[in-house]
Design a protein around this ligand. Structure first.
Ligand SMILES: [Ca+2]
Ligand SMILES: [Ca+2]
Length: 272
C-alpha cells in the first residue's frame, strides 16, 4: 500500500518482485517510474517471499516514500473488471474504491430512499476524500420524474510540487435512471471536477441514482470537496418548456418574479 511515493526524475524507480533476487527480470511484478503525477493502486504479490528495490536514476535522484507491506491470504483475491488490479474481500462495499471501474463498490446493495411528489430530499457530502465512492438511490411512486438541483458543487484537486501543478479532475458526480450505476446507458448527467455551477437536471423515470466519486490517489495534493444536491420527485408532464431551450419549468416557476428561461419567457407575459 502506497501511503506516499515521490520519484522526482523519470529514471528514479520503485520496483516490486517475487522471490529474493531483484536481478531476476522475470520476477518483477511492478515498476513505477518518476515524475510525480501518478496515482498508485495497491499491489498484490502472490508468493510468500518478495523484494522491493528503490533505484535512484542519477546523482541528484529524489525519492521519498512511505510504503506499507501487509501479509495477506490471497486465496480470496478478486479482480477489477477492466484492469489487472486486484482487491480483497475486505475492500468490498466499504465506500472506498480500489478499482478504477468501481467493481468493488458498484455492485453493493444500497437501500433506496422513497420520496413523495414535491418532497425535497437533500444529499450532502461535506467532505469528499480520495477514492471515495458513494451511491444514493431514490424512488418515487407518486411522480414520473425527478428534479435534481445542485445546491453546492466544489470539487477541486491540485497537486503542487517543485513548480508543477497537476489537476486531478477525476472526481465527479453522476446521475442516472434506474438502479444500476454500472449501466452506462442509464447516465443522464456527469458533472466533473472544477465545475462550480450546473443547471437543474430532470430525470424522466421514477427510479434514479446519484454517485459521488472522489479522486484517485495523488500525492502530494490539495483537495477540496463538497457537494450538496437536492432531489425532488415531480410530474414532468405538468412542466413547460422555455421557448428558446429545452429547459423545463415547474408550473410555479411561471410568473414567480424570477426568470428561469434565458429569454425571460417565463416572466415576460405575466399580468402585473
Ligand atoms: Ca472498496
Ligand atoms: Ca420564473
Amino acid at each position: 500500500m502506497f501511503q506516499y511515493l515521490y520519484l522526482y526524475y523519470d529514471d528514479d524507480k520503485f520496483q516490486i518482485g517475487t522471490g529474493n533476487d531483484p536481478s531476476d527480470i522475470q520476477s518483477v511484478i511492478t515498476t513505477i517510474h518518476g515524475l510525480i503525477d501518478y496515482s498508485y493502486y495497491d499491489v498484490y504479490v502472490d508468493t510468500d517471499e518478495m523484494w522491493i528495490a528503490v533505484i535512484g536514476g542519477n546523482a541528484s535522484a529524489r525519492i521519498e516514500m512511505d510504503v506499507e507491506i501487509i501479509s495477506v491470504d490471497l486465496s480470496n483475491l478478486l479482480q477489477c473488471r477492466t484492469s489487472g488490479i486486484s482487491f480483497t474481500t475486505n475492500d468490498l462495499c466499504d465506500g472506498v474504491f480500489k478499482c478504477p471501474d468501481f467493481a468493488d463498490e458498484a455492485q453493493c446493495s444500497h437501500p433506496s430512499t422513497f420520496l413523495l411528489e414535491n418532497e425535497n430530499h437533500t444529499i450532502t457530502f461535506p467532505d469528499i476524500y480520495e477514492q471515495m465512492y458513494n451511491a444514493s438511490f431514490l424512488k418515487t411512486n407518486s411522480a414520473n420524474g425527478f428534479r435534481v438541483k445542485f445546491l453546492a458543487i466544489y470539487l477541486e484537486c491540485y497537486a503542487h510540487e517543485y513548480g508543477y501543478t497537476n489537476y486531478c479532475d477525476d472526481a465527479n458526480i453522476q446521475i442516472g435512471t434506474g438502479n444500476d450505476t454500472t449501466n452506462s446507458q442509464s447516465i443522464v448527467k456527469t458533472v466533473r471536477a472544477y465545475t462550480s455551477y450546473e443547471d437543474d437536471v430532470y430525470v424522466g423515470s421514477n427510479e434514479m441514482w446519484i454517485t459521488v466519486v472522489g479522486f484517485l490517489r495523488y500525492r502530494p495534493y490539495t483537495f477540496y470537496g463538497r457537494v450538496e444536491i437536492e432531489v425532488t420527485p415531480i410530474s414532468l408532464s405538468s412542466m413547460s418548456l422555455c421557448s428558446n431551450s429545452d429547459k423545463l419549468l415547474l408550473q410555479g416557476e411561471i410568473c414567480d418574479g424570477t426568470y428561469q428561461c434565458d429569454d425571460y419567457w417565463d416572466e415576460k407575459s405575466c399580468s402585473k
